[in-house]
Design a protein around this ligand. Structure first.
Ligand code: ZN
Length: 111
């Protein structure tokens, strides 16, 4: 087993032959990817990303819905019931509660 408390402190230095990107040119689609930026790290914290557009899809009927979020700190409200479930028709019974799933690839985010 690895004992983190007795592990000595160490520093890691990465080197890359990639062309450095400027910090201000970083985009949200680079989240989770290794990037090269010139500079010295003075502090580090976890990135806070925020959705500006959510695309959700009903796992029962495939109904796709786009939810646009306003600026601010309010959370996203994903409807518990599919829009098609509210309509009268033969498919009415198909969609269960909380059938909407988020598709991160189609969503838009800001840092
Ligand atoms: Zn549905």
């Amino acid at each position: 087993m690895f004992d983190y408390e007795t592990m000595p402190l160490f520093q890691v230095q990465f080197h890359s032959k990639e062309n450095p990107d400027m910090l201000r040119n970083l985009q949200s689609n680079q989240i989770g990817k290794m990037v090269v930026i010139p500079g010295i790290i003075t502090a580090a914290s976890k990135a806070q990303i925020r959705a500006t557009k959510l695309v959700v899809k009903c796992s029962s009927c495939g109904h796709e819905k786009t939810i646009k979020l306003q600026a601010g700190f309010g959370g996203a409200m994903i409807p518990r019931q599919c829009d098609n479930a509210r309509n009268q028709g033969p498919d009415k019974q198909m969609c269960k509660l909380d059938s909407y799933q988020t598709y991160p690839d189609k969503c838009s985010f800001i840092d």
